[in-house]
Design a binder for this molecule. Sequence first.
Ligand code: SAH
Length: 344
Amino acid sequence: MAYLTAPEDLGDLFPNEPSYRADQLREWLYRTPVMSTDDMTNLPTAIRESVDLWPFEVEIEQSADGGRTRKWLFRAPDGAAIEAVLMGYSKRATLCISSQAGCALACTFCATGQFGFERHLEPGEIVAQVAYAQAFMRQIGMPGVPSRVTNVVFMGMGEPLANYDRVRESIRRMIEVMGMSARSITVSTVGMVPGIRRLADEPWPVYLAVSLHAADDELRTSLVPINKRYPIADLEAAAWEYFEKKGRRISIEWTMMDGVNDTFDQADKLAAIAKRLRAHVNLIALNPTPLSDERAPTRLHIQEFADLLKRKGANVTIRDTRGRDIDAACGQLRVLSGKSRRDS
Ligand code: SAH
């Protein structure tokens, strides 16, 4: 579980060895990750055997989309489920990671929210998801995809800004130790206003995605309960502050639900918010979840909604949905495995 030790403290793992051994291990963990300590060729066997690498086991690994989508359900020793999904494209490989096991925010349409909160993930558990995917890309890879993780998005399980300090430390390790650029990292939030403000004061210009889903407070509170505490006007002010301080375009995530937030009235209001924030809107077709009856609109209707936003002057993309046949979306893995810490 070497990833649970801060990279600067790795020497503590073998106090009787010269310090360059810790430097070598740090290289393997963060710069050129490998699936197994057997692959750490410049370390003596005794050291390799003494290092317990991953802070979790791989419980489920599945592949879809011609091998260009890969999902993992990792299981920590205490039973906590950690899921990550890697999506490969011709010029990039985007890894979607989890920041918490479960989530306390209870957005009605989100599978993770429906199953409640288990615990925060440690910085090492967050960064190990990235290292694992990095090792996978270096040593196994995907057909026609660059052989490294190029982008990381905090869009797996959990609310990253509700686990601020640990997420911050994981980002620090990705940037300062792994050598990733801040521009390759996106923090996606349900709208934790204080967290957005803190993130704006950090030294790294990571991208911010705001999961908006509704453009008036009444509808948004019914979908995203935390909106009661941080209503849209406050969220918009914090997002604008982030944009101004960081110079990074905000993205607005909008999960499309048939008959709920796909009306022309919502499009109108959404376009106004997006234009004020100079944000980019990502439309995502709802992935159905066990405890909600909501459905995605038709493909045609999503296109009409997007066209309307464009006509109103907003920037918009319809996000492709990867890995549907393997339940790779949003908290679905744990549902599939049928276990959570509480009932295991
Ligand atoms: N808590 C953070 C990050 C995790 S959710 C956030 O809310 O942004 C990542 C994204 O997936 C969010 O935009 C979320 O709204 C979206 N999402 C959640 N459940 C979904 C579902 N069933 N179908 C489609 N998108 C979903």
